[in-house]
Design a protein around this ligand. Structure first.
Ligand SMILES: Cc1ncc(COP(=O)(O)O)c(C=O)c1O
Length: 447
């Protein structure tokens, strides 16, 4: 081979990802069009049934049904905010690009990462937040005294980007994630930031790594915004330096379930996840490490998740990393959907909030935010009034529960035995919004 040929071959090799990307895009454009057509056809076929039966999917299309969260008020000492207009981008070299997974079913959760990440440093000594940057995905370098490594000065969010039936990429209620993240920052003594500016930077990251958003409804691109205190000092005090970064990971389904799709739970009142005055209502890493061994114990007993109880009356608070909902027939004979209140013991889930808003809008059953206990569950089961129990969260949308192991008893929950389960309607409705099958203000399209 001549030197010139060798150079050409090298160039071709280097740029093969671009060629593959163009071919992939063309194939996907075609498959999206046929997917779209198939979807339209399916919707047409289903239409009479929706009209006469359950009008839920239709009624979500037009109205803005919950207000945006209150704007965050920054403490004066936080200093300057960052702006998306000063975002810089350093793209990965062709040889740094990772192959994208072929089979969406084998993705698992959080095992693969995209080619780029977003980083925004905060240094009080330099006046506050610095300029945001997108860089190739790379290891972080920090001092061994960094506060995150000693006192878990860390918080995060969990969001997803969905590729809709129209090929467009959408994220779901990002303002809610930003609000929750800023509340956690306040609680951790970390600097707060302008959520809207962050979302603009995130959208740019998503458009750079857009080909990583799976082309299937069985998968999505998980977004993990993270804020850590990196001040290299050992005092238990507010961190004067911080890093807000975001990584992206294509994901399949999060939870293992049985063949029916339902999960079984360990409810052991000797463990608790959160307590009044604690920080269980904030998404901080320090809330999750102590749950891992309990989850292992559940797995050893052949159970899939932990049901977190609180108090002498064994209140149900959360299930695994999900909020919990119960559908039952109340004393008055009415159907009621109930979830625990935001009393500091549970994370204010965005899926939870969305379900409450939708269910209230549907008006098909009573909707309450109130405490319920394990004795309540047993009582309702005895009287045949417990209909469904399910967990909710970004990772899985809705996860039905069919068994609870509680104080030596196995309680069978008839969630999967309902003729028209509400949790199914909820899942379909939320996924219709997330995957762009219906227009909805909760779904924000990435340009
Ligand atoms: C403890 C806990 N509860 C509930 C949720 C569900 O919250 P969301 O619906 O915002 O994903 C999560 C997931 O992030 C969680 O970690």
């Amino acid at each position: 081979m001549t030197t010139k040929m060798a150079i050409n071959a090298k160039e071709l090799f280097r740029n093969q990802h671009r060629l593959i990307r163009i071919i992939e895009q063309s194939i996907r454009m075609c498959s999206n069009q046929s997917l779209n057509a198939a979807q339209q056809q399916k919707l047409q076929q289903q239409k009479p049934q929706l009209d006469t039966d359950f009008k839920i999917t239709k009624s979500i299309a037009s109205k803005l049904i919950t207000a945006a969260p209150e704007p965050i008020v920054h403490d004066e000492e936080v200093g300057q905010q960052f702006s998306a207009s000063s975002l810089s981008v350093r793209l990965a070299m062709p040889q740094q690009l990772q192959p994208k997974p072929d089979i969406d079913d084998e993705l698992g959760f959080g095992k693969l990462f995209t080619d780029h990440m977003l980083k925004i440093y905060y240094h009080k000594s330099l006046g506050g937040w610095q300029k945001p940057e997108i860089t190739p995905l790379e290891n972080l370098v920090m001092h061994p005294a960094a506060k995150v490594l000693h006192y878990a000065v860390e918080l995060f969010e969990g969001m997803k980007a969905y590729r809709g039936v129209d090929g467009k990429i959408r994220i779901f209620r990002p303002d809610m994630n930003m609000h929750r993240m800023n509340l956690a920052a306040k609680r951790s003594g970390l600097p707060t930031f302008e959520g809207e500016e962050f979302i603009k930077c995130l959208c740019r990251l998503l458009s750079i790594d857009s080909e990583w958003v799976p082309h299937t409804e069985a998968a999505s691109l998980y977004i993990r915004p993270t804020l850590i205190g990196i001040d290299p000092t050992l005092g238990v005090a507010a961190s004067d330096s911080a890093l807000l970064y975001t990584i992206l990971s294509p994901v399949g389904s999060y939870f293992k379930s049985d063949s029916t799709g339902a999960v079984s739970l360990l409810a052991d009142p000797s463990y608790t996840r959160a307590w009044p005055g604690g920080a269980g209502n904030r998404k901080m890493g320090s809330n999750y490490a102590p749950t891992i061994n309990v989850q292992k114990e559940a797995s050893r007993k052949g159970l899939q998740q932990v049901l977190w109880l609180y108090g002498d009356d064994h209140q149900l608070t959360e299930v695994g990393t999900m909020n919990i909902f119960m559908l039952f027939v109340n004393e008055k004979g009415e159907k009621e959907l109930r979830t625990p209140p935001l009393n500091g013991l549970i994370l204010p889930g965005i899926t939870r909030d969305s379900i409450l808003a939708l269910a209230r809008q549907w008006g098909q059953f009573k909707v309450t935010e109130d405490i319920f206990t394990m004795p309540d569950i047993k009582h309702l089961l005895n009287e045949g009034r417990l209909l469904e129990l399910f967990g909710t969260g970004t990772a899985c949308v809705v996860s039905p529960i069919n068994r609870i192991s509680y104080l030596g008893e196995d309680l069978y929950i008839p969630t999967m035995e309902q003729e028209k389960p509400i949790h199914e309607t909820i899942r379909e409705t939320l996924m219709d919004i997330q995957y762009g099958k219906v227009e909805h203000p909760w779904a924000v399209t990435i340009d």
